[in-house]
Write a protein that binds this ligand. Structure first.
Ligand code: FAD
Length: 634
């Protein structure tokens, strides 16, 4: 059959297929094509960034021709380990260590449920009354619930909101969206979700989470509008007693295991500014955005320039009469390819019809973060020669500085105030949603003088200037220091978790998940759990952590035991090593702006949000349970 006729058979024409390949991630195309054909010429091609125009055109021709004959909606099976490793190496053009291979082999997600724990051999009987209580129905809680579904463990999800979605149910401000590509801001088991944009909007993410919750049966095991107030470990019976507030009043539940998935971005933080209560206008936190808020003709102050403040400004500036942006600390705000752009119909077709493309696209999207650690560890030799942090970091700083210059149209007054004096990647990277350009608008003013007070009419800065406003948008984020707050957890011997943390130096945990004296309790996205170095998207980490908790539950069930707890010595050893590792990072140094860094607990001067390890090492710690670190008892 002629190619034209074959293309028509695939439901699209030759030109459409060609456009699809041209728009695609060419590394993903190259590897998927090689996976199917084993063609030595394809194998010999360099990574996409190094393809010369001739090689590029050849690859596109070859892939388009292959697709015209072989387009199919079938998912390919996972290749054997050695071949998979070869494909992964071809994808990035770099060899990897065994630990890296183990950490990354599930990123392309060929298996039905990557990262999840499964029974090996026959499933043992589940003891009478065994139950897991999961707190929260965001991405983390749903991952834990699906892990329970897979193992056949009875569970209940408690969610204080009326619907699933976690932070995406409360963040409904204009232009809210992910700033990591949607292709890896999704679970590896729910494949090929039809995103409409490269970076999904908040309502799409919410729909995705709710879709997963229903599809895997979690929705029916979730008690919505039900808030955990207190969990107390009953030592005599080895179970947790949960006091919950429901629409019908207080209730007491019992559970063998508690998995907290209560999120870090749960408690909105408002600025503590003199006179704020006297403001006569409206104060709005983006996580409580009034759906009917009309800013047309209004004067608006936006306090904050973190991810949300940057994301929201363009939309506000389009509507409002005048906007004042109050900036305390400049951020490195970086461009992201295809941010805010719809997913092209051709690419949607390719995802559906090029077997393996989705897997390798996902791999490449994740691979862009494999080397993030390199930006975060200073190089003393480089610094001795006058460099600021290390070669990679300084090159990035130069690129981002030029970006500020370009986006502000060379406005010196803005450039000076917008350029940070600390290194990129010391804080959560902020993605540009047209923020710099919005600052150049006639109706937008960047204010860098500190805020002295809020008056009934507006905001007064320390230089005495007053700006009258109708609305204050407090894009000041969340109180991320307060893990698991405000619920209370009372462990063995009546120990209160929050007291334990505040008597020490703030929240800590073993692997971000376990605390001594709090048996059968696991935290997902707990203290020091967000990997500083990329390597696997957060939704996959949730599955990894849930599988860790599941492995403990499975072992208890198999051995007829009823209590698992991290040993104090292991907890202390882990945290001592974590502190040593943290101190190697720029976040904890002057070059990283330690005193203004939200990753750092300001009260105790310690890295609190991040896992400082190299991502593959952290993956190994979280997947291969060190049973000697845990105490299992009757
Ligand atoms: C605007 C925004 C954009 C983001 N973009 C990205 C991104 O692009 N990429 C990325 O990796 N991350 C992003 N994040 C981080 C995001 O927090 C995580 O990716 C993820 O959604 C968090 O999921 P979670 O399940 O851990 O917590 P949450 O989504 O916060 O869910 C926790 C749930 O627990 C419930 N809960 C808490 N306490 C209780 C209680 N006591 N009783 C009952 N229920 C309780 C809450 O109501 C909530 O529904 C973003 C965050 C925000 C706010």
């Amino acid at each position: 059959m002629e190619l034209e006729a074959l293309a028509t058979k695939a439901g699209v024409d030759t030109a459409f297929i060609r456009r699809a390949v041209e728009l695609a991630d060419l590394d993903a195309v190259r590897v998927a094509l090689y996976q199917h054909t084993g063609d030595a010429e394809v194998e010999a091609l360099p990574v996409a960034a190094k393809l010369d125009p001739e090689q590029r055109a050849w690859l596109i021709d070859k892939a388009a021709a292959w697709l015209e004959r072989n387009a199919s909606t079938q998912m390919p099976p996972e290749p054997p380990a050695a071949q998979l490793r070869h494909l992964m190496t071809l994808a990035t053009g770099r060899p990897m260590s065994d630990v890296e291979f183990e950490a990354r082999r599930e990123v392309p997600a060929f298996q039905p449920f990557p990262y999840a724990a499964q029974w090996s051999g026959e499933k043992p009987p589940i003891p009478e009354g065994f139950k897991v209580a999961i707190i929260g129905s965001g991405l983390a809680g749903i991952a834990a619930a699906i892990q329970c579904e897979l193992l056949g463990l009875p569970y209940v999800v408690l969610e204080r909101q009326p619907e699933a979605g976690g932070t995406w149910t409360i963040n409904r401000y204009p232009d809210v969206r992910v700033d990591t590509p949607s292709i890896n801001y999704e679970y590896a088991f729910e494949k090929k979700f039809p995103w409409d944009e490269h970076f999904g909007r908040g309502d799409a993410v919410r729909s995705y989470i709710q879709h997963v919750s229903r599809k895997y049966g979690v929705h029916d095991n979730t008690r919505f509008a039900t808030e955990l107030k207190q969990a107390t470990f009953d030592e005599a019976r080895n179970l947790w007693v949960l006091e919950v507030a429901t629409p019908k009043g207080e209730e007491t539940l019992e559970a063998t295991f508690v998995i907290t998935a209560s999120g870090v971005f749960a408690n909105a933080k408002f600025p503590d500014i003199e006179g704020i209560e006297s403001f006569a206008g409206q104060i709005v936190h983006p996580s409580r955005w009034p759906p009917d808020l009309d800013l047309r003709g209004k004067r608006v102050a936006v306090i904050g320039n973190g991810s949300t403040g940057v994301q929201i400004l363009g939309a506000i500036a389009r509507d409002a009469e005048q906007v004042y942006v109050f900036q305390r600390t400049p951020q490195w705000v970086s461009p992201r390819e295809k941010y805010g752009r719809p997913l092209e119909p051709e690419l949607k077709w390719l995802v559906a019809n090029f077997p393996g493309y989705w897997n390798w696209w996902r791999y490449m999207a994740t691979a862009s973060g494999f080397d993030l650690h390199d930006f975060q560890v200073p190089d003393p030799d480089w610094q001795a020669k006058g460099g600021k942090v290390n070669r990679a970091s300084d090159q990035l700083r130069e690129f981002l500085t030029k970006y500020i210059e370009t986006e502000t149209g060379g406005r010196k007054d803005l450039i000076d105030r917008l350029t940070p004096d600390y290194a990129p990647f010391s804080r959560r990277p902020v993605v540009d949603n047209g923020w710099y350009r919005a600052l150049t608008r006639d109706n937008v003013e960047l204010v860098c003088d500190g805020i002295a007070r809020v008056t009934p009419e507006g905001i007064e800065t320390v230089d005495g200037e007053r700006r009258e406003v109708d609305v204050i948008v407090s894009a000041t984020g969340f109180d991320i220091v307060k893990y698991l707050w405000p619920a209370r957890f009372v462990g063995r011997g009546g120990r209160d978790l929050h007291d334990t943390w505040s008597e020490g130096d703030g929240p800590r945990a073993y692997l971000g998940m376990m605390m001594p004296e709090f048996p059968n309790m696991f935290m997902l996205y707990g203290p020091n759990s967000q990997p500083v170095s990329g390597g696997t998207g957060l939704p996959s980490w949730y599955v990894i952590w849930a599988a860790y908790a599941a492995q403990s539950a499975m072992r208890l069930i198999r051995e007829g035991k009823s209590r698992v707890e991290v040993k104090r010595e292991a907890y202390e050893r882990y945290n001592a090593a974590l502190d040593v590792e943290s101190h190697k990072l720029i976040q904890m140094k002057k070059e990283g702006g330690i005193e203004r860094n939200y990753y750092v607990n300001a009260q105790h001067g310690r890295l609190q949000m991040n896992a400082p390890w190299l991502s593959p090492d952290f993956h190994q710690m979280c997947t291969i349970v060190e049973w000697d670190d845990l105490e299992l008892s009757e």
